[in-house]
Design a protein around this ligand. Structure first.
Ligand code: PEP
Length: 246
């Protein structure tokens, strides 16, 4: 049985006061309401240390938004997986489409980052998803299958997140039918790459304009094991309402 995971990707949002207030609001919600899922927030790197203290003992896990594939060295501005783990991160997002696009990250690099996360004792959340052009050309499933084959490590645990690029931050979520079809295809490819046992236990999240209004219908789909939430994770009540839809 796969326990659902609701993950908040804060992206490049939140100065110290805002970020700590948001985390405090989540801790308060957690203390007074129970949810039937695991919770993760991935704040900007500058907030990881203060949030590690705030979230300690809350049951809300902390994650990074990216890591370098090397353990240390001359990589100005980058953060190693071990540095994130050292601060208490248990997960790290790799291969988000904003990283693939803004930083030209290839599947090979993303796989190396995922392996670095695993080597540091964390679980990578590997993002895949087609562009609008790829969807309109009928290439969505082939594109996502290529991304999985290229970026999923050969062993170790990983979470997959299907995030169609055209649905991220646009307010336009994929339809439940599209999501159901793609998640089934992702589990099939995962089985081809890693075997049936792994595919059966691998959590596959959906991301792309998830909000309280559409979370229920997306999260009840058979192969949807949670959500990766961007914009709505910046409003404590909305993030909580999504978690309560599990
Ligand atoms: C994301 O960036 O991972 C994301 C899914 O963003 P949003 O929920 O805002 O579409």
């Amino acid at each position: 049985m796969r326990r659902k995971l609701i993950a908040g990707n804060w992206k490049m949002n939140g100065l110290l006061a805002e970020g700590t207030a948001l985390a405090e609001a989540l801790v308060n919600l957690q203390a007074s309401n129970s949810v039937n899922c695991d919770l993760l927030i991935a704040p900007p790197a500058t907030l990881i240390s203060p949030l590690a203290t705030l979230l300690s003992g809350s049951g809300i896990a902390l994650g990074g938004q990216d890591c370098h594939c090397e353990p240390k060295g001359a990589h100005t501005g980058d953060i190693s997986a071990a540095m994130l783990a050292d601060l208490g991160c248990r997960f790290v997002i790799v291969g988000h489409s904003e990283r693939r696009n803004d930083h030209a990250e290839s599947n090979t690099v993303i796989r190396q980052k995922a392996r670095a996360a695993q080597a540091a004792g964390m679980t990578p959340v590997i993002c895949v998803g087609e562009s609008l052009e790829e969807r309109e050309a009928g290439q969505a499933e082939a594109c996502v299958a290529d991304q999985i084959r290229g970026s999923l490590p050969d062993d170790g645990e990983a979470v997959l997140a299907y995030e169609p690029v055209w649905a991220i931050g646009t307010g336009r979520s994929a339809t439940p039918e599209d999501v159901a079809r793609m998640h089934e295809a992702i589990r099939k490819v995962t089985g081809e790459v890693r075997g049936a046992d792994y595919a059966a236990r691998c959590r596959i999240l959906y991301g792309g304009s998830v909000k309280p209004a559409n979370a229920g219908e997306l999260l009840q789909l058979l192969d949807v094991d949670g959500a990766l939430v961007g914009g709505a994770s910046l409003v404590a009540e909305d993030f909580w309402a999504i978690a309560q839809a599990c």
